[in-house]
Ligand binder design. Structure first.
Ligand SMILES: C[S@@+](CC[C@H](N)C(=O)[O-])C[C@H]1O[C@@H](n2cnc3c(N)ncnc32)[C@H](O)[C@@H]1O
Length: 223
């Protein structure tokens, strides 16, 4: 599905979020607490926007990998301009449920709007934790459902009706009907926090943004 929608993916993100997704990504990367020279992995990197934000933070002496299993998304990521003063990211194929990286290699692992799509969420979170160095941070940026009106009402109109319509106009109504369905079956912020706890992460906390539709979770691998 992501190979199919790769060509419209960035435009749809900006249309659906009124451009706010860039700010959410920057907030998520803040939580990775990266410094110059660090190593970072962006899982389910898609077209690479979050990966490029990591590359900015670690600077030219850092190491950044973006991995995904949709080749067309990776091709678009590789075409993006790397900002001046950033690390040059490597974009490569990998299944998030079986990451081809050694244990303990990264100071931070991020995943933006990705874990909602995993066939086995627990396994994905465990894999991301495995490749973190002791003391390393896992950051998860994801869509969540607002619990109370009026935002829950707005969310349901926007997601259940308008997003599939915009998706149809963009040529793929199935993909943009899948989006609200995947959000509905995804665990609550508390539930995702418990899964991260089960993977052995510590200091788990989450921030809710955009009136309750976005959650940023973070946790630290024990030293
Ligand atoms: C909604 S996109 C998010 C892309 C990007 N992280 C962003 O912030 O825009 C979800 C991405 O997850 C990828 N994905 C889903 N399941 C995956 C898996 N098991 N392994 C690797 N990538 C996966 C898809 O190919 C897609 O590019």
């Amino acid at each position: 599905m992501f190979d199919r929608i790769a060509g419209v993916y960035d435009v749809m993100n900006s249309a659906m979020t009124a451009g706010m997704h860039h700010r959410w990504r920057a907030r998520a990367v803040d939580r990775a607490e990266l410094g110059p020279g660090d190593a970072a992995l962006d899982v389910c990197c898609g077209t690479g926007d979050l990966t490029l934000e990591l590359a900015r933070r670690v600077g030219p002496g850092g190491r950044v990998v973006g991995s995904d299993f949709a080749e067309r998304m990776l091709d678009l990521a590789r075409e993006k301009q790397v900002p001046a003063g950033a690390a040059k990211p490597i974009f490569e194929w990998a299944d998030a449920l079986e990451l081809p990286y050694d244990d303990g290699g990264f100071d931070a692992v991020t995943v933006g709007f990705g874990v909602r799509n995993l066939a086995d969420l627990d396994r994905g979170i465990r894999e991301m934790t495995r490749v973190l160095k002791p003391g390393g941070r896992l950051v998860v940026l994801e869509i969540t459902q607002p619990a109370r009106p009026p935002l829950s009402t707005f969310f349901s109109i926007w997601f259940d009706r308008l997003v599939p319509l915009i998706g149809r106009a963009a040529g793929d109504s199935a993909a943009y009907s899948y989006l609200p369905e995947s959000v509905k079956r995804f665990p609550s912020p508390q539930g995702l926090g418990e899964i991260m706890d089960g993977a052995g992460l510590q200091g788990i906390r989450w921030t809710i943004l955009a009136g309750g539709i976005i959650a940023i979770h973070s946790g630290r691998k024990p030293e």
